[in-house]
Design a protein around this ligand. Structure first.
Ligand code: SF4
Ligand code: SF4
Length: 140
């Protein structure tokens, strides 16, 4: 079934200083990790944080979301996809990826949700990764 609802999970620590604007911009313009979705697709989205290290709260947050949207709007879990923000998934000038990345994916996977890594990706950081300055793939 096609995706109707995107839950963007962001780093709780990073969100203490970041508005999340670049994630929102990437979603709105279907850039970076959101390139896969057509610009005219009527997708809903919401942003939430992992809840803090080690990320365990995200499971209950997402379980609550699934319960609410199923009850109120009939949206099933296979219509929902979780995007992990690039500050969780990628090495960048702010810091390395989340040390609990795989644990987060395990928690979310136990809810039966599809997971996609990345949100906003900057050409500069992608270039630096290509140069080996940052480990892994691109980020803002
Ligand atoms: S990926 Fe960037 S814009 Fe999104 S929450 Fe992390 S630091 Fe903020
Ligand atoms: S578990 Fe990872 S994503 Fe969550 S606050 Fe800690 S470092 Fe950030």
């Amino acid at each position: 079934m096609g995706k109707q609802f995107i839950a963007v999970v962001q780093c709780h620590l990073v969100k203490q200083r970041c508005s999340g604007y670049l994630c929102e911009r990437a979603f709105h313009h279907r850039l970076g990790g959101f390139e896969r979705y057509p610009t005219d697709a009527p997708l809903r989205s919401m942003h939430l944080t992992c809840g803090g290290c080690c990320g365990r709260p995200v499971q209950r947050k997402l379980a609550n979301l699934l319960k609410q949207i199923r009850k109120r709007e009939g949206i099933e879990k296979d219509q929902v996809v979780v995007h992990l923000s690039s500050c969780i998934t990628k090495d960048n000038h702010h810091g390395p990826p989340c040390p609990h990345l795989e644990y987060l994916e395990t928690l979310i996977g136990k809810l039966g949700l599809d997971i996609v890594r990345d949100t906003t990706l900057s050409p500069r950081s992608e270039h630096l990764r290509g140069e080996g300055v940052y480990a892994g793939g691109p980020q803002e």
